[in-house]
Design a protein around this ligand. Structure first.
Ligand SMILES: O=C(O)CCC(=O)C(=O)O
Ligand SMILES: [Fe+2]
Length: 455
């Protein structure tokens, strides 16, 4: 039975009511300072164990009932690349509930704005952008995988590999690469050293958090309750890793910095190579003609740690990172064997991108999508947590420089109509950071909303 049917039959099993109020109150009182709300965070985590409650939830429940059973909000704060959006299957609610829900959302946003004005937060970046019921993190399990082409980057490029890659980039915006030159050993080290940092107490991790000078650590509850990350930026990955480590540990950790230097460097070379191959997909000799447009690209690594709840509803998945598109030219993802990365097809279906040893996932981001006049697709994707096991991933974002004007060359546009107006890269990044998420829309703002021409 799907969510909607379950709801309408009144037999819908909902998540247990979480103790969000105490956490909310504490964060408000302490102006978003997580350190002072440690016990409330723990209480929230343990009460939101996603257990099956025994109560049913009638579709026409009153406002109060609605609050009682579903009134646990997930708070979405600003996060650099990630715009959380609800999965449609988890947003199946009655018209009445939708109405109440929208009202609640608007009310809460007003409350937050009033609160900001009253007590003056240090930075708007720490504020919830919108809220959704906690149940929107839970979704029916999906088990269909997508078959993506596997591209061997060590081999010379053949017309047939270019044509299968072109097809994949048009259809999915995703493909796999093998023989990329990054050893298993390097991933094992990176994982081990990263876990050492993620295992630090909260108050230490927040020394590199959103209100610190470093701002490289994204704590839980920003993108999702189950997600935290650490960013290391190029071109000097060693120096960037060092500043995070020093903020976190108050002492150097040369091994971590060295591993990040090596990984960042390898990802840069790989990104350059993949960019050339993608240019070849767009047209003959385009790699020679347009390579210079990408000469000032730079990248950053985001180390992602997902910690799902221990107990969960049978047959349900948990959203680790909501639907989004990447604000990069291209992204190279390493996901561990837990899996959970999913791509959304053109007709809106979620498909698993199965993990495969020694294989990396490459996806097209919004910047290259616009530069290619939409010929290379930037697809919506997300991460779902199917098991109660920690998931580790690394995403390397390869981006245009901030002051680059993104405008598809006429040769790339060809006979088609132009789909994007020219725009400054930094203006788009700012648009994504600042736009109040469209509360309950299904798809987050993307480059189409920002620079798209026509419908
Ligand atoms: O964790 C993953 O597998 C992918 C993460 C992702 O999509 C992102 O960081 O933009
Ligand atoms: Fe992504």
């Amino acid at each position: 039975m799907d969510d909607k049917a379950e709801r309408n039959s009144g037999k819908k099993k909902t998540v247990s009511a979480c103790d969000v109020e105490a956490l909310k109150k504490c964060l408000e009182e302490h102006k978003g300072d997580y350190i002072k709300c440690q016990s409330q965070i723990e209480a929230f985590k343990s009460s939101c164990s996603l257990k099956k409650p025994s109560d049913s939830h009638p579709a026409d429940s009153s406002y109060k009932d609605f609050i009682g059973t579903e009134g646990v909000f997930k708070f979405i704060f600003y996060a650099p690349e990630v715009y959380m959006t609800p999965d449609e299957s988890s947003m199946v609610v009655s018209e009445r509930q939708k109405h109440i829900f929208i009202k609640l959302g608007v009310l809460l946003v007003y409350k937050i704005i009033a609160l900001v004005k009253a007590i003056g937060f240090r930075s708007l970046e720490n504020l919830p952008k919108y809220c959704q019921p906690f149940s929107s993190f839970i979704m029916p399990a999906s088990r269909t995988s997508v078959q993506l082409p596997v591209f061997d980057v060590s081999k010379s490029i053949t017309p047939s590999s270019i044509s299968s890659l072109s097809l994949a980039c048009k259809e999915w915006g995703f493909f796999h690469i093998i023989n990329h030159g990054i050893s298993k050993d390097l991933y094992t080290k990176l994982r081990f050293l990263s876990y050492q940092l993620f295992s630090l107490p909260y108050e230490l991790k927040l020394k590199a958090g959103p209100t610190s000078n470093t701002k490289t650590y994204t704590p839980h509850f920003i993108a999702s309750p189950f997600f935290e990350s650490l960013c290391v930026s190029g071109p000097d990955f060693r120096a960037s890793a060092q500043s995070s480590v020093e903020a976190l540990l108050n002492k150097p950790n040369s091994e971590f910095c060295e591993v990040l230097r090596e990984y960042g460097g390898k990802m840069r070379s790989l990104s350059k190579k993949i960019t050339e191959i993608l240019l070849m997909c767009l047209g003959e000799d385009f790699e020679r003609e347009f390579k210079s447009e990408f000469s000032k690209c730079e990248g950053y690594v985001r180390i992602n740690n997902y910690s799902p709840p221990e107990s969960r509803m049978m047959g349900k998945d948990v959203e680790g990172l909501g639907m989004h598109t990447d604000m990069s030219c291209l992204t190279i993802v390493y996901q561990d064997d837990v899996g959970g990365l999913q791509v959304r097809s053109k007709d809106g279906k979620w498909l698993d991108i199965d993990p495969c040893e020694e294989t990396l996932v490459v996806n097209i981001g919004d910047l290259l999508h616009a530069w290619s006049n939409g010929k290379l697709r930037s697809s919506e994707h997300r991460v779902i947590l199917k098991e109660s096991t920690n998931r580790f991933s690394l995403a390397f974002f390869w981006c245009f420089e901030d002051n680059k004007v993104i405008f598809a060359p006429d040769e790339v546009v060809g006979d088609e109509l132009r789909s994007y107006k020219p725009f400054l890269c930094s203006d788009y990044l700012r648009f994504r950071e600042n736009s109040e998420r469209g509360k309950f829309e299904k798809v987050g703002f993307t480059v189409k909303d920002f620079a798209g021409i026509g419908g």
